[in-house]
Design a protein. Structure first.
Lengths: 140, 364
């Protein structure tokens, strides 16, 4: 029996026009961020990538010095690329299947910031912890 | 999820943080093919949205649309959106059967009068008073008219509900028609495809859930977010079409190099759908990327639109040489083709022989 790998398939070499288009769009967003503070995002799901384009884009942008993982409704991986202000955000569900992916052009993605609503409950959470430690201290 | 609970409150009760909620909204925006910047708007809308009642009616269908939806690869998002609606009636998914099932439908119709969302898959036969498909003693036609009367909106899922689909294909023995040919006084969203991409179905539901309105539609009642472009417009092989590089067979050098499949019958140029961007099986691939041309399954009458393997520029009938010459000549073409079809049809009718039950039983 022939193996699937015996079938000669090759991807014809071509200029990565899609990758160039995305990089150009990122450039425009970076300019808007620097000049006006405008934040933007590109939904990678909606782009008609040729096989290999996605990998090329990811390799080109690479990874910077900051990475973070959000653990809610499955993991979300966030890292700043080697281009400051350009972040790669990948959302997975609890079955580790990708559900969305974005390139965000921002000083800090919203997901990495503590929201105002959660901050309201923070003193109460901390008070509980302090009470716990105090109790242990007093008991000893 | 409780009926009177908002989705935001439901997620919080399930222990999902604000960040998790924002993640859900970002993924939902992507699902609905909305700009990422809409996520905060979705968050605000979902913060107030309550749980709508949904009645799903299945008529002349193969259940492929339900299979597409339930086999989706986004269980978290999918289950949350499906949890967020109250699916009060669905033949395949409901536990109840018989009169209990019909009572559930009637109860939802009464309790949520003018508020429930009606989803339909399958075409509706109308020939001979609709006798070709009945449920609980009612024809599909009767059930649709009764249930649509107080629906807030109708979603016609799949090519059968949207255009008539395979049952509608020539000679259409049951008189199958789409929802739009029967219901004229309700907002209708067509979500065609054979089947539709699951995220497209969910995206439409998510839009209704989030905004309480139907999305912007084209002239065939299809959401522009998913059907605004043709496959050809967004196809990654478009560059080869523009360069005139076409695969001639399914295993030639052009096919192996991933060239355009136009000459192998691809209907991408005339087909509106999101396959080229949203893709299938959790964005794994779509027919063209897997090496097969688009069938055009989200367009009306795609089964009667000619061979799947002849290019769009080819006539849909096998004209003899002299007729082809007439086509090139121009004005005489219509007459020539019309005459040819008339002869062909007359010949077919005279050759037709109706098989009787006795004849069938006599056969070995």
């Amino acid at each position: 029996m022939n193996n699937l790998s015996d079938i000669a398939v090759s991807v014809e070499h071509r200029a990565p026009a899609q990758v160039l288009a995305v990089l150009t769009e990122i450039d425009a967003h970076l300019q808007a961020l620097a000049d006006l503070g405008t934040e933007s995002a590109i939904d990678l799901r909606s782009l008609p990538f040729f096989p290999g384009d996605y990998e090329l884009l990811k390799d080109l942008l690479g990874e910077g010095e900051l990475k973070a993982t959000l653990d809610s409704l499955g993991p979300t991986y966030i890292h700043e690329t080697r281009v400051p202000g350009v972040w790669w955000v990948t959302h997975f569900n609890e079955a580790e299947e990708k559900i969305a992916e974005f390139i965000e052009v921002t000083r800090l993605p919203a997901l990495l910031q503590t929201d105002a609503e959660s901050l309201q409950y923070a003193p109460a959470t901390l008070a509980e912890l302090i009470g716990q430690v105090k109790g242990e201290h007093d008991a000893s | 999820m409780r009926r009177d609970e908002t989705l935001a409150a439901y997620l919080q009760r399930r222990g999902i943080s604000r960040r998790g909620f924002l993640k859900f909204c970002a993924a939902t925006a992507s699902l609905m093919a909305l700009p990422p910047g809409m996520a905060p708007t979705i968050a605000e809308a979902l913060g107030k949205a309550k749980r709508p009642s949904v009645i799903w009616l299945s008529f002349q269908e193969c259940t492929g649309c339900t299979e597409s939806l339930t086999r989706s690869h986004n269980p978290t998002l999918e289950s949350l959106i499906l949890d967020a609606i109250s699916l009060d009636y669905h033949h395949t998914l409901q536990a109840a059967a018989g009169s209990a099932a019909e009572e559930a439908r009637e109860h939802a119709m009464e309790q949520f009068k003018d508020q429930y969302l009606l989803i339909v898959d399958g075409s509706i036969p109308v020939k001979h008073n609709g006798v070709y498909s009945t449920i609980a003693g009612m024809t599909n036609l009767q059930m649709l008219e009764e249930t649509a009367r107080h629906a807030a909106a109708i979603v016609a899922v799949g090519t059968c509900a949207a255009y008539g689909g395979i049952p509608h294909a020539n000679p259409n023995p049951t008189g199958a028609v789409p929802v739009t040919e029967i219901i004229k006084d309700k907002p209708i969203i067509n979500v065609p495809g054979c089947p539709p991409i699951p995220v497209v179905i969910t995206g439409v539901l998510a839009h209704y859930l989030t905004f309480g309105t139907i999305p912007e539609l084209d002239d065939l009642h299809r959401p522009l977010a998913f059907y605004g472009d043709t496959i050809h417009d967004r196809c990654y092989r478009r560059t080869f079409y523009d360069q005139g590089k076409f695969a001639k067979t399914f295993d030639d050098e052009g096919a192996r190099n991933g060239w355009c499949l136009y000459e192998l019958g691809c209907k991408g140029p005339t087909t509106h759908n999101a396959c080229a961007t949203t893709k299938w099986n959790n964005s794994t691939s779509f027919p063209i990327e897997s090496g097969h041309g688009c069938l055009g399954c989200s367009e009306p009458d795609f089964w009667d639109a000619g061979s799947f393997y002849k290019p769009l520029s080819t006539s849909t009938t096998d004209l003899s040489d002299w007729a082809v010459g007439a086509v090139v000549a121009g004005a005489a073409a219509g007459v020539a083709a019309g005459l040819y079809h008339k002869v062909k049809k007359s010949s077919a009718v005279s050759r037709h022989h109706a098989v009787t039950v006795d004849e069938l039983e006599d056969k070995p």
